[in-house]
Design a protein around this ligand. Sequence first.
Ligand SMILES: [Zn+2]
Length: 445
Amino acid sequence: MADVAIVDGRIAAVEPGIPGAAATAIVDATGLLVLPGVIDAHTHTRLASDAEPDRFFQDTQAAAFGGTTTLLAFDNPGTGISEGVAGSAVAAAREWLDRTRGDAAIDVGLSAVITGRQDDPVAELPALADLGIASAKCFMVYDFGVDDTRLAALLRASVAAGVLIQVHGEDRTMLETGVADQLAAGEDGPRGHARSRPPACEASGTRRAIGLARQTGAPIYLVHVSCADAAHAIATAREDGQRVYGETCPHYLSLDEGRYLLSRSEAMTAVISPPLRPSADRDHLWDALGDGRLDLVASDHVPDRLAIEKLDRGQPFTEVSNGAPGVETLLAVLYGMGVAGGRITVERLVGLLATQPARLLGMPAKGAVEVGRDADLVLFDPTARRVITQSGLHHTSDFTPYEGMEVAGVVRQVISRGRVIVRDGRFLGIRGHGRYLARSVACLA
Ligand SMILES: [Zn+2]
């Protein structure tokens, strides 16, 4: 038990018995856990548009409701970035920075997306680093993905440039074969989506990316690891001394492939990539988080909508947007399923959601309740219970994959750099309070 003193938005002391006489405000956290604010290292928040001027702000506000005080966004195609910047990673990043300035409720950073359509992203890596963009993600699949030659060149240049390369690891050839097979068999719904990209497809892509990183001597970060095979590939490389970091997501830890057996329209909400896996994979991921074979958990938030991207018009799975929302439920699912579920300790939860993302992705002022760090805190009631429902969320999606899930743990207050931004389900923050975080990563050294 200790008190936390906050001065000018930073933690000034953490010790028992700090005298309150000089304080301008005192927050009583009796009976609550005082956690560092959650860092969501993987989101695809949409940019504001004329039609939806609150789109970005609202998802940062939703994150705050969930206990997240920092998020990193990607600027991939589909997030609202204009077609005019398709040829340049730096131009895309600058547009993202321009269009989010002064809009966020919480602190935000950007991870660039490197595509196969950009002219010379390898040469642009140093300029990205200069903008404080210390991580960049490549997709090994999708029409905007990169081929292995480009991935290898990026990895080779990444250490000197100061940009950690993140990879969506799936095998393009296996995926294309899988898609063709499913469509030929008449399996064109969500079940076909899952079958077209089995664990072996993810494991193959993951292994190849790790192999390229090994050859080039670069660290590599695998996003959204969903299955035992891919986690095993990461663990094996680490045992060999390679610097490979692995992330997984709440949906792979709490849901399973049974979703694809639901009706076509219900299963549509589970069209994500990689797909949901058998429950044995889910159990393996928890074990890997528990013993440190995986490093962190992030939401992979995609604010798709039932009424738009996920509408069942009888279209084949190849024409359904891949993604599901999660920006507001990261802590709820991890605490409820993980800590209250007896799978990880609360200390490990803090590591996975705050300390590790801060350390790996270059946010030294974030991620721990320690003197000198930003006063980003979550006051969390571990004994209260809640049922997650769309009607109780604030994100810009119109569904949640966790509808009806009952979990232990409720966010009571959220403090961002010393300012209370959420209290008892009410938003008390300000649009534009959130700052852009220029990052540089230490793990490349
Ligand atoms: Zn993603």
